[in-house]
Design a protein. Structure first.
Lengths: 326, 209
C-alpha cells in the first residue's frame, strides 16, 4: 500500500468514526476504510498510521470539548461577576433616593393620585415608594445622619433648658451663653467647617460651654413656676433626642447591613474573577497541549509515511532487481 | 528503522495495535514487548543511546514540571478561596459590629426617653447614665469585630499575594513543561537525522559493493 492511499485517512479529510467508516456528504475516490484488521488495511504500517490518525482526531475533539466547556463556564462566571458588581453598587451608601427625596416622592405621588381621585392607585404608589425607600441605602444613610443631628441638638437644647430652669431665671443668660458655646462646638466638630483645627476648636467651645454652665449653677435661685415649665420643655427635648438616637441606632444597623452586603458582593465578584482567571489559564494550557499533541501526531504520521514510502521503494527496487536478473 | 517523534509514538511503533498500546498503560499490566526506550538504551548504538537518554530526561522533566504546575495551580485555587473567605468573614464582622453599635445607640436613646419621662430626677438620671454605659459597652464590644474586619483585610491581601505567586509559578512551570517537550522533540530530530545519515551511509556502501 502506498503512502498516498493512506493519506486519504488524514484528520483533515472526512473524519473516521469509531467503526472505521467515513462520515460527511462528500464521496471520496478511495474505498471506505475497513475496520482494523480487515483485508482492506492489512499492512502493519498502514494500521499504525490509521491508529495515529484516529488518536490525533480523538485528542483534538477532547481538547475542543474541554475548551468549549471552559468557555461556557467563563461566560457564566462573567455573568456572576456582573451580577455581583450590580449588587455591590445597589448596596452602596449613596445609591437610591435619599430621605428628603423619598419623602418628597411619596408625598408627590400620593397627592397627585388623590388629586385625580385615584385612591387605590395612591395606596399602591405609597406602598411602592415606601418599599423603594426601605431598600434604598441612601435613605437609611440620610436617616441615620439626620437622626444623629436631631439627637445631639435635642440633647444639648434639652440639657440647657433643664439647667436654666433648675438654676433660675437669674442664670438664664449665662446658661444661654453656655448653650451657644456647646452647640457651636458640636456643630464645628461635626461639620469640620474650620478645617483641620475644627476638632480642637469644637472641643474647646464645648469645654467652655460646660464651664459656663457650671458657673451658672452658682448663680442659681429657687424653682419658680416658669422653671417648672422649663423643666417640662427640657424633658421633652431630651425625650426627642432619645427617640432620634433610637432611630439612628436602628438606621445604623441597617446601614451596616448594607455595608456588609457590599463586602459580600465584592467577595462574590472576586470569586467570579478568580474563576474566570483560572479558566482562562486552563484554556491556554489546553491549547498549548493541543498544539504540542498535534505537532507530535503530525511528526509521527510523517515518520510512518516515510517508512511506507521507504518500504514501497525497497519493494520496487527488489522487483526491478528480480526482473533485471530474470 | 522509522524515525520516531515522541516516546508515545515510540511505544505506538512498538505496539502497532491500539489495543496493545492502551493495555500497556493500564496499571499493573506488564507489556509483552520490552520498553522501546530501554531497548534503545541497551542497543549499543551511541546515537540511539544518546537520543534515548535525552528523551528519558526530557520526559522526566516534563512530568515533574506538569506535577509541580498542577500543585501550584491547586495552591492558587486554594489561596483564591481563602481570599474570598476572608472577604466574606469581613462582611459578617461589619454586620456584627453594626448590630452592636446600633443596639448601644438604641439602648441609650430608649434610656434617655424613659429617664425623661420619670418624675424622679435621680432615677431618670440613673437610667440615662445606664443608657450611656450600655452604649459605651456596645461600642467597646463592637471594637472586636471591627478589629477582626481589619484582620480579615490583611488575610485577604496575604491570600491574594500568595495566589498571585502561585499563579506566576504555575505559568513558569508550564513554560518549563513546554521547554521539556521541545527538548524531547530536539532529541528525536537528532535521532531522525542520525538514522537517516546511517541509512545513507549503508546505502552508499551497498552501491559500492
Amino acid at each position: 500500500m502506498s503512502a498516498a492511499a493512506v493519506s486519504g485517512l488524514r484528520p483533515s479529510q472526512p473524519a473516521v468514526t469509531a467503526t472505521g467508516t467515513t462520515t460527511g456528504s462528500d464521496a471520496t475516490l478511495l474505498p471506505d476504510a475497513a475496520p482494523l484488521g480487515m483485508s482492506g488495511l492489512d499492512d502493519a504500517l498502514s494500521l499504525l498510521y490509521l491508529s495515529m490518525a484516529q488518536e490525533g482526531q480523538h485528542s483534538l475533539q477532547t481538547g475542543e470539548s474541554r475548551v468549549q466547556t471552559a468557555e461556557k463556564q467563563q461566560q457564566k462566571a462573567l455573568g456572576d461577576e456582573q451580577a455581583a458588581q450590580q449588587r455591590e453598587q445597589a448596596n452602596e451608601a449613596n445609591h437610591g433616593r435619599g430621605l428628603f427625596s423619598s419623602v418628597g416622592h411619596l408625598v408627590g405621588d400620593v397627592a397627585g393620585d388623590l388629586t385625580h381621585g385615584h385612591v387605590i392607585r395612591a395606596a399602591k404608589d405609597a406602598a411602592s415608594d415606601v418599599n423603594a425607600a426601605v431598600n434604598s441605602p441612601a435613605f437609611w444613610n440620610d436617616l441615620e445622619q439626620g437622626a444623629l443631628v436631631v439627637a445631639k441638638v435635642s440633647a444639648v437644647v434639652g440639657s440647657a433648658v433643664i439647667t436654666t430652669a433648675s438654676f433660675g431665671a437669674g442664670a438664664g443668660s449665662i446658661v444661654a451663653a453656655a448653650f451657644v458655646l456647646s452647640a457651636g462646638g458640636e456643630v464645628i466638630s461635626d461639620t469640620g467647617c474650620l478645617g483641620k483645627q475644627s476638632g480642637l476648636i469644637g472641643g474647646g467651645l464645648e469645654v467652655a460651654g460646660a464651664v459656663t454652665g457650671l458657673a451658672a449653677g452658682f448663680g442659681a435661685t429657687g424653682l419658680t413656676a416658669a422653671s417648672k415649665v422649663g423643666l417640662g420643655i427640657g424633658a421633652a427635648f431630651t425625650g426627642l433626642g432619645g427617640e432620634a438616637e433610637t432611630v439612628a441606632g436602628g438606621a445604623h444597623v441597617v446601614n451596616q447591613g448594607f455595608a456588609a452586603n457590599v463586602e459580600s458582593a465584592s467577595a462574590d465578584a472576586q470569586r467570579a474573577i478568580d474563576q474566570n482567571g483560572e479558566l482562562q489559564q486552563m484554556i491556554g494550557w489546553v491549547l498549548d497541549d493541543l498544539k504540542a499533541s498535534d505537532k507530535s501526531t503530525k511528526r509521527a504520521e510523517q515518520s510512518v509515511q516515510d517508512a511506507i514510502q521507504g518500504s514501497d521503494q525497497a519493494t520496487a527496487a527488489a522487483s526491478a532487481s528480480i526482473s533485471v536478473k530474470g | 528503522m522509522t524515525a520516531i517523534s515522541t516516546t508515545q509514538e515510540l511505544r505506538s511503533a512498538t505496539y502497532p495495535s491500539g489495543e496493545l498500546a492502551a493495555s500497556s498503560a493500564d496499571a499493573g499490566a506488564t507489556p509483552p514487548l520490552p520498553d522501546p526506550l530501554s531497548a534503545l538504551l541497551l542497543s549499543g548504538d551511541p546515537g540511539a543511546e544518546l537520543a534515548a537518554l535525552a528523551v528519558q530526561s526530557g520526559e522526566r522533566q516534563e512530568t515533574t514540571a506538569q506535577t509541580s504546575r498542577d500543585i501550584e495551580q491547586k495552591i492558587e485555587v486554594d489561596e483564591d478561596g481563602q481570599q474570598v473567605a476572608a472577604m466574606e468573614k469581613k462582611a459578617d464582622d461589619i454586620r456584627s459590629a453594626g448590630i452592636l453599635e446600633g443596639a448601644g445607640m438604641a439602648a441609650e436613646g430608649v434610656a434617655s426617653v424613659v429617664g425623661g419621662c420619670l418624675d424622679s430626677r435621680q432615677l431618670g438620671d440613673a437610667i440615662g447614665h445606664g443608657g450611656k454605659a450600655a452604649d459605651g459597652a456596645a461600642t467597646l464590644g463592637a471594637a472586636f469585630p471591627k478589629a477582626e474586619a481589619a484582620r480579615d483585610d490583611a488575610n485577604a491581601a496575604a491570600a491574594k499575594s500568595a495566589a498571585d505567586q502561585a499563579r506566576g509559578a504555575a505559568e513558569d512551570l508550564h513554560d518549563a513543561k513546554k521547554s521539556a517537550s521541545d527538548f524531547i522533540s530536539a532529541a528525536l530530530d537528532f535521532y531522525r537525522e542520525y538514522t537517516s545519515a546511517q541509512a545513507s551511509a549503508q546505502s552508499a556502501a551497498l552501491h559500492r559493493a
